[in-house]
Design a protein around this ligand. Sequence first.
Ligand code: DX5
Ligand code: ZN
Length: 216
Amino acid sequence: MKIAPSILSADFANLERDIVKVDQAGADYIHVDVMDGQFVPNITLGPNIVSAIRPVTELTLDVHLMIVEPERFIDDFAQAGADIITVHQESTVHLHRTLQMIKKAGAKAGIVINPGTPVSAIEEVLHLADLVLIMTVNPGFGGQSFIKECLKKVTQLAELRREHQYTYEIEVDGGVADDTAAACVEAGADVLVAGSYVYNSENVAERINRLREAVK
Ligand code: DX5
Ligand code: ZN
């Protein structure tokens, strides 16, 4: 099981410090939430911040795009140093083409679906995915409550992967904490994103350890 702290809940005036903290505490990915104020009701950061944090860590930069028409910015995020670029099915008309663009730009391609979107909406493109992200909150903010009904989609994705020998990792995002992590992994998740749970603490290492303990 991998842990991807979301820097959405980090101190933006001290991003380097907060990334190094989770890196040293044994995080696997750094989850970067990009919001445009249109696809979701919040604005965060763009490719310039991704390139600024790129030299700070060697960990995988897992960039979650919550923006309309993400195809406009794929090359910019890839050049900025994103390792994985994940796009919402709901945000792009030509999902298949957008995934191809991500690969062509040299990054791993991720697909993400909102709580209201079924797995069937992405079934035709799963063979192109390096990562599939299941939102367990409606995207836009950290600190929201986990929507447990979304976990059945994690199980569906694990079954489809087995059936078709797909190779994607399954990630969950939203409301992951020590009381929800085990259910995510039992459902079939490989990567847990955690923002407020990790960063709303003086001791991020202890939080990361507690997540690992919770799924044992
Ligand atoms: C929500 C973001 C999440 C967010 C999760 O729109 O995609 O990555 O940071 O925050 P928590 O872990 O606090 O729910
Ligand atoms: Zn996210």
